[in-house]
Design a protein around this ligand. Sequence first.
Ligand SMILES: [Zn+2]
Length: 161
Amino acid sequence: MAKTKNKQFGQLAPKYNYSLNPYPNLKFSKCPICESKAGQRKLPLLIHVDPMHLISLNYTNRYCSNCDLLIGHKHEIEHHLTQAFSQLMPQDVGNNYLIMGTVEKTAWRAGLKQSSSFDETIQNLHDFKNFEELRMTMAGWFHKDRDPPVMTPPLSTEWKK
Ligand SMILES: [Zn+2]
């Protein structure tokens, strides 16, 4: 399960709006807000996994420069988490996690050589300006007084207990 965040951890200025896409079939070649063509931006994401793990994942996000919006695919991120955890900490696969923000690349590279503490890590962290998990409404014909129903995202196939 991905949690919603509500307090700031990073010591650097918040950066990027973030949308997590839980639908494996949607690729978002276009921005869901302004519909211009989305590019890509590879950035180290800092992810907190319960109970006490911090993981930096260098991940290629979709990016719309108009909206300053990064889009991550939940199933891809969970695939990387599953790979990282299934060897070393299989008991924590499927735990709640929180995508906290992006880490400065220089600090991320240094962290590959030498592990850093939580306090050191958040000194190089940009929280997101806004974080949300996307929900799509169903296409089709619906009664005029009814909002279209929301498509239920599929359950995680890999990152689960
Ligand atoms: Zn856009």
